[in-house]
Write a protein that binds this ligand. Sequence first.
Ligand code: BG6
Length: 512
Amino acid sequence: MEESIKKARKNSVENQILVIFGSNGDLAKRKLLPAIFQLYLDNLLPENFAVIGAGSQEKDEETNRNDVNSTLLEFANTGATEFPEKLTSFLTYVYYQKVHNQTEEDFGSLKTYIDTLSSKLNIPQNIIFYFSIPPFLYEIVAASMVKFGMNTEDNGWKRIIIEKPFGYSLDTAIDLDKKIRSGFNEDQIYRIDHYLGKETVQNIMVTRFSNGFFEPIWNRKYVDRVEITASEKIGVGSRGGYYDTSGAMRDMVQNHLLQVLAVVAMEPPSIFDSESIRNESVKVLQSLRPIKPTEVTENVVRGQYIETMVDEVIQKGYRQEKDVAPNSKTETFLAMRIFVDNWRWGDVPFYIRTGKNLPEHVTEVVIHLKPAPHQLFKRRCVAQSTNMIILRINPDAGVAVDFGMKIPGAGYKVQNVNMAFHYSDLAQNKISEAYERLLLDCMIGDSTLYARADAVKASWKFVDPIIQAWKNNPDIPLYFYEGNTWGPKEANALFGDKELKWRAPFKKFKTD
Ligand code: BG6
């Protein structure tokens, strides 16, 4: 982050306390604590600050500090091993209080603990409560907090960060929202979607709205189709219990992929503030053309990985994973054709795809442009040139444009070439992890990159009928695919054109 921006952001961070419910869990260890430590290394935490771990384990402060120390040595991106003295000084911010999430009295003890700590450390009661806990506990924890007045703002602001999935369906999301809103105002609720915290997702807005030459072609007149891929190389690993009740639709599409689609498709906001941006992105989600139960087969392809030999090692099939039902029909791969029914995008298909056990861990958006109206060199080309704009989110983040050029020599043979920008070329600025960015935003009170309730509802409204159709109609196929492949070949049929198929993205950002 540039020094002047860093300074401005630091100045906006008031003294505060961060409470992490579920502080001994996987997310806290792998993402949250490393992100807070990185903010500390970047000198972005306020002068008076405390992070209180609230977990169900009984342990004293010293044991907790030792645990956090080991966590950071294992998971922090930079600094923990290089700067041991920084790690030691960071630990002075770390505190712990046992909270069993289903035991109401524990919240009374937490309140007392916070009161004592805040006067001892001279920190006003500006508090973020991070719900790093299983979703079924969101409602219970919010209610217990309200019971002990941890939502009231008379002596400092209070914010809650809620992880996805927010609800399990449209109805449960509405119900959860109602219950949480009975104790908290919308401006206190931060629904986190870590894809929106990715630097390169934000860069999609900058690419579109700060350059004169992308936006004029960003519409149905010039765009043939849009492809969004979020593929993963690994399977579900130890998360089978959660994943088997979720599947790719709830785990990736309802939130991350539809949010990315909204950023790609939204109208330019008139000003760049939280509400204007979120107003525009929710309009996209509300414009998604509903897929009726009878249309699911032609617009949605679901798949599940099977046991595969990869590099002479047997990779488990999904049904053999721990905590997965042996006859599970949960989708680990999903490809969809989606239409955004508005003036800008009328009839332009958006193809989205996500899956586990695919050949690469890659997230990217590809804008395929329509061919030139008259193919002057058609007869002389080996292959017709294609124009693409590729927005690579990770890895090897960057932007590339792909176009045809004349091959030197006699005649007019055309070949596809590309111009690519790699984020790594802006070497002096390290790309922040999504959780660093989002935590800092919440500390400042900026909710731009957090999902608003209406957006969450709109995306559930779109995906729910598809999930219902799978449930009600067991004949809708679930295709099996081998690991280390790009999923079932049936996904190509979504293009409805034999010539077209999904792009196979490489780890290094190449465009061919
Ligand atoms: C999480 C999903 O939200 O996103 C995981 O629950 C998935 O299943 C992960 O692996 C992918 O995130 P990223 O940033 O690695 O693409």
